[in-house]
Write a protein that binds this ligand. Structure first.
Ligand SMILES: O=C(O)C1=C[C@@H](OP(=O)(O)O)[C@@H](O)[C@H](O)C1
Ligand SMILES: C=C(OP(=O)(O)O)C(=O)O
Length: 430
């Protein structure tokens, strides 16, 4: 496994950065482009490994997809013209690809098999296969379709009236994709609102979808009209540089074209609560996904409490928020985040153990962690555990340690942020 030494003597981070395209929106742009008949174009696409897996799945289904950097042209025969894939649809490390594809394939006319890497093989799938089977989907898989590989025989579906037991945009989206093909009106209710990129993109592609007070209503059988999708930058990627600039003394970083969809901006709320110094300038671009420029300076930070409906709005940012909390004055408590246990790794254990090796004072709990700060962090040997967010958290931590950090497995960072180290070097003036 690859290893690298992160030797970052403390120098201020300065400069302007356009963070790469949003991962969630990039996946969905390819999915809607693959389902719709005709030509969809995409700009600002994230060429991270997870999104490239989604492209490969649609190529196997018969869509013609060409990519030039962050631009895509998707020519698709439409879901009713798909071919039966000649091979397994391989989803790699991507939970989003795996779970959303199950919902899409359930209502198609083809038989397919979905499988990913060893992390995907451990992640729970019943949360999508359960409600999809209620809709009449023919899905088989390991342990009663709890785990991949999954075999899906596409066919006619019934609408569903579903109350979501977990706050998960992947589950919501999988059901919405299936509901698009169902014969009637489906209603999905969420207790805590999760990211709504699927609903927004349905409207972009000409569909009618009604959302109100956590309840989403969709009539099946609507026509999709292919369009152009301009993907904003990923706030979950920006989060690492927001944290880095907040932590390293004398830093000032400008992050441009950051996606600011309110279902994703929990990190901004946390920075505010911790006393970080920053400004947000919303762009007036006429778009269904809000975006803007965030400028952040280093400052002293204070502890905060994070839980409830804030959690789905910052779920992927919790590793780097935990790092921020190790440098904040007081005790930070993160609760209601048990979903972290079923991500690429168990992120509660990974954060507590890896940052603990540097000297952080973190007590893991069943659904979160308790972090006492500030603590001095010293270099040690860390392991990304194959989890991109843990790898980037380790790299940002190395900016504030008093000696180098060795990182095992930095390669996984390309899953969501292939240019991460180049961007970090540019902010360090290297
Ligand atoms: O729908 C999406 O694009 C995602 C939803 C979230 O997962 P859950 O739906 O499991 O919460 C998030 O953690 C993941 O990185 C992307
Ligand atoms: C959880 C993540 O992604 P996924 O579920 O798509 O693997 C993530 O990107 O942090």
């Amino acid at each position: 496994m690859d290893k690298m030494t992160l030797n970052y003597p403390q120098i201020p981070l300065r400069g302007t950065l356009a963070v790469p395209g949003d991962k969630s929106i990039s996946h969905r742009a390819v999915m809607f482009g693959g389902i719709a008949k005709g030509r969809t174009t995409v700009s600002g696409f994230l060429p991270g490994e997870d999104c490239l897996r989604t492209i490969e799945c649609f190529r196997l289904l018969g869509a013609d997809i060409s990519r030039n950097g962050t631009d895509l042209v998707i020519d698709s025969p439409g879901i009713d013209g798909w071919q039966e894939p000649a091979d397994v649809l391989y989803t790699g490390n991507s939970g989003t690809t795996t779970r959303l594809m199950v919902g899409i394939l359930a209502g198609s006319r083809v038989h397919s098999v979905l499988a990913g890497d060893e992390s995907i093989a451990r992640r729970p799938m019943k949360r999508v296969t359960g409600p999809l089977r209620e809709m009449g989907a023919d899905i088989r898989g390991r342990d009663g379709a709890q785990y991949t590989p999954l075999s899906i025989l596409g066919g006619p579906l019934r609408p569903i009236n579903y109350e979501m037991p977990v706050a998960s945009a992947q589950v919501k989206s999988a059901i919405l994709f299936a509901a698009m093909r169902a014969d009637g009106t489906s209603v999905i209710r969420e207790k805590e609102v999760s990211r709504d990129h699927t609903e927004r993109m349905m409207r972009n592609f000409g569909m009618e979808v009604h959302s109100e007070d956590g309840s989403i209503t969709l009539q099946g059988g609507q026509e999709l009209v292919p369009v152009h999708v301009d993907v904003p930058g990923d706030i979950s990627s920006a989060a690492f540089f927001l944290a880095a600039a907040a932590l390293v003394p004398d830093s000032e970083v400008v992050l441009e074209n950051v996606g600011l969809n309110p279902t994703r901006t929990g990190m901004i709320d946390v920075l505010e609560a911790m006393g970080a110094e920053f400004t947000v300038d919303m762009s007036d671009a006429d778009d269904s996904e809000l975006r803007g420029t965030v400028t952040i300076r280093s400052s002293s930070l204070k502890a905060t409490e994070i839980g409830g409906d804030l959690i789905p709005r910052l779920i992927d940012e919790i590793p780097v928020i935990a790092l921020l909390a190790t440098q904040a004055e007081g005790t930070t408590v993160i609760r209601d985040a048990e979903e972290l246990r079923v991500k690429e790794t168990d992120r509660i254990a990974a954060v507590a153990e890896e940052l603990g090796k540097l000297g952080a004072d973190i007590t893991p709990t069943e659904d979160g962690m308790i972090i006492n700060g500030p603590t001095k962090l010293s270099g040690a040997s860390l392991d990304s555990r194959g989890d991109h967010r843990i790898g980037m958290m380790a790299a940002v931590a190395a900016l504030v340690t008093d000696s180098p950090v060795e990182l095992k497995g930095p390669g996984c960072i390309a899953i969501s942020y292939p240019e991460f180290f180049g961007h970090l070097d540019s902010l360090r003036g290297e």
